[in-house]
Design a protein around this ligand. Structure first.
Ligand code: IMP
Ligand code: MG
Length: 178
């Protein structure tokens, strides 16, 4: 698997720094509150699990699996493949995902959670690809910026593979023609 990697975009050490920084920021911002972390499957793993170890707050967690498809308007619609087990009404929510690209998925999720009565909804993503944006949405907590190229690892997949890489990297061209 390691032989398929052309270059490392975000190293293991850099990811560790990101987790520490975001953990501190969230801990500070949510003093006195008990946020509900909602991870979007499957890309939120392992980011969500590792991030939670850096959060010094009482909190709870849940997961959703959603896929977005473009609607008539640019924000798109969302299909729920696996829903939450938690009632979000009145809750302070932090949605955790691997990457903010077009923003269709996250903007649809935010609308859904607000419609269900969430008190506040903030977004935390490991990576931000600003050049890919279609929907008008930004994340509140961002690990790192990446250029508009396809990356894998630490949750991000290519055809369901490479999610288990301990860093973020770019694949060799020949991998796509296999
Ligand atoms: P969007 O922001 O709605 O376009 O959706 C973002 C989702 O697309 C992410 O949660 C990933 O699953 C996937 N995605 C976007 N860019 C990449 C990438 O570079 N590598 C792997 N998956 C990606
Ligand atoms: Mg995803």
């Amino acid at each position: 698997m390691m032989n398929d990697i052309k270059k490392v975009s975000v190293s293991k050490e850099k990811i560790e720094e990101i987790l520490t920084r975001l953990g501190k920021e969230i801990t500070k911002d949510y003093q006195g509150r008990e946020p509900l972390f909602i991870g979007l499957l499957k890309g939120c793993n392992p980011f969500m699990v590792d991030l939670l170890k850096h959060i010094d707050l009482y909190c709870s967690l849940d997961y959703m699996d959603v896929s977005s498809y473009a609607g008539i308007k640019s924000t798109g619609n969302v299909r729920i493949n696996h829903d939450l087990n938690t009632n979000v009404e009145g809750k302070d929510i932090i949605v955790v995902d691997d990457i903010l690209d077009t923003g269709r998925t996250l903007s649809a999720v935010v609308s859904l959670l607000k419609a269900r009565g969430a008190k506040t909804v903030k977004l935390c993503v490991l990576l931000n690809k600003p050049e890919g944006r279609v929907a008008a949405i930004e994340a509140d907590y961002v690990g790192d910026l990446v250029p508009n190229e396809f990356v894998v690892g630490y949750g991000l997949d290519y055809n369901e593979k490479y999610r288990n890489l301990p860093f973020i990297g770019v694949l060799k061209e020949e991998v796509y023609s296999k």
